[in-house]
Design a protein around this ligand. Structure first.
Ligand code: EPZ
Length: 421
């Protein structure tokens, strides 16, 4: 099991390129199931979750051709096995995103229930409820979701769907199911995340008729079939925010390229409140940190408010900021696991239900800590970069799921970090 060894205490300086967004790539890879012609994707991040999704699609019969490190084409002309098996789904919950497209294209799907993960139970009843509203017959038994189009219909039927809460992959699954349905589908209370918009843009380039993506009401008019297309994955706003936090916490100055601040207003506002100088360019963002950050409180909420995927990183920077801050997590029920690990590094954090009270300390001291989930791992990296001495982070396969070449990119910014195999 790989570990990351970090010798902290150096400010991050320099320039690094941001990769394509994991949470846009995953649903867009599943969109290839909807057309019997090739979908060419560029700016695809080289991540464990992306390779898992490619393997999942290949075992269904999708032909995957890699044209460059960040470019693949997928052709589901030979789709023959509409199954997402447990042993693959258990390593990546986003596998649930094959359900909608398989139903729409193939009329039948068996997808293992994703099950929970470190940050919460992660139920998928909204996905199922929406598909049933579109006429799917869904049975959940032996840990699998078995869905098929009603025999007398043959195709999904357009419907008006209101999700009980904002769900990102729920919105994405239902949007993909609706593009080949009979008639019009309206999704109310839809997720407004930029990754939902990137998926919609890709589907529209494949011939889908979608309006309202990025608002809380998405309208999809079903068409007979979709055709092949070319799409470039949007930049990863969470990777961008993570490197901004690392530079802010270490008192550094960085320029992040192939990205923008466009979808990070809430995060940029909080970094400005913390005392950072930020300059946004057309496809880059620069941050210069103060000698010491001021503590900033954050409350996570669906887009465009402060993203839950940046909560752990902000807890880390508050550990060494001046003053106290409250971090409130409103999306997931168990997303504070990084707190106990940060406390091992000397942080002063008190948890009360979904609030974490963080009081900044003068310094953190290196220690051995354990990664528990993707963004918790990122917060431990930030803390390790700040801590005096050596920090060893165990179980960094969590990091590899969502951060491409993280030690190379950090070294490019002057960090003293190495992977121990
Ligand atoms: C997506 O997860 C992201 N993953 C998550 O990123 C992100 O944290 C999350 O959205 C919130 O922004 C991908 O896009 C692949 P939700 P998702 O459905 O879609 C509850 C990362 O670090 N809910 O928006 O699974 C759910 O339990 C990952 O990259 C139901 O109760 O999240 C949660 O409390 C982590 N029933 C809330 O809604 C449902 O049917 C939001 O979940 C669906 C969701």
């Amino acid at each position: 099991m790989d570990k990351l060894l970090i010798r902290g205490g150096t400010a991050l300086r320099g320039e690094v390129a941001i990769s394509g967004a994991k949470n846009a790539a995953l649903p867009i890879l599943c969109a290839s199931l909807l057309a019997a012609e090739p979908l060419y994707l560029s700016n695809l991040p080289q991540l464990r979750d992306v390779s898992t999704m490619l393997r999942l699609l290949e075992q269904m019969g999708v032909e995957v051709v890699r044209h460059a490190p960040d470019m693949v084409s997928l052709n589901s002309r030979g789709l023959h096995n509409p199954l997402a098996p447990y042993d693959m789904v258990k390593t990546m919950r986003a596998s649930i995103l094959v359900l909608g497209p398989l139903l729409a294209r193939h009329g039948d799907a068996r997808v293992s229930l994703p099950g929970g993960c470190a940050i919460g139970a992660r139920p998928v009843e909204q996905h199922i409820k929406g598909l049933q509203a579109m006429g799917a017959e869904v049975n959940v038994e032996h840990g699998y979701i078995h869905a098929c189009c009603a025999a007398d219909k043959g195709r999904l039927q357009g419907a008006c769907i209101v999700t009980d809460m904002v769900t990102v992959t729920g919105t994405e699954n239902l949007m993909m199911a609706a593009v080949l349905a009979e008639g019009e589908t309206i999704i109310e209370n839809a997720a407004r995340e930029p990754e939902v918009v990137d998926l919609a843009d890709c589907l529209i380039s494949m011939g889908a008729q979608i309006s309202g993506a990025g608002t809380d009401k998405i309208r999809i008019r079903g068409v007979e079939r979709l055709h092949g297309a070319r799409h470039s994955i949007m930049a990863d706003r969470i990777e961008t925010g993570t490197y901004l936090c690392a530079a802010a916490a270490t008192g550094g100055e960085v320029r992040l390229t192939r990205t923008s601040a466009a979808y990070l207003d809430a995060v940029v506002d909080k970094l400005l409140d913390a005392g950072c100088d930020i300059v946004t360019e057309r496809d880059a963002i620069r941050l210069k940190a103060p000698a010491r950050l001021k503590a900033v409180s954050v409350r996570t909420s669906p887009y465009p408010a402060f993203p839950t995927d940046m909560q752990a990183q902000f807890m880390a920077i508050n550990c060494v900021a001046e003053g106290s801050a409250v971090i409130r997590e409103t999306i997931f029920e168990n997303r504070f696991m990084h707190a106990v690990e940060l406390i091992r590094l000397g942080a002063d954090i008190r948890i009360d239900a979904n609030n974490a009270m963080v009081t900044g300390v003068e310094r953190l001291d290196g220690a051995t800590v354990m990664a528990t989930d993707l963004r918790a791992s990122a917060s431990l990296v930030i803390a390790g970069l700040v801590a005096q001495g050596e920090t060893v982070i165990d179980r960094i396969y969590h990091l590899d799921r969502g951060y491409e070449k993280i030690e190379e990119k950090l070294r490019q910014l002057g960090a003293r970090v190495e992977r121990i195999r």
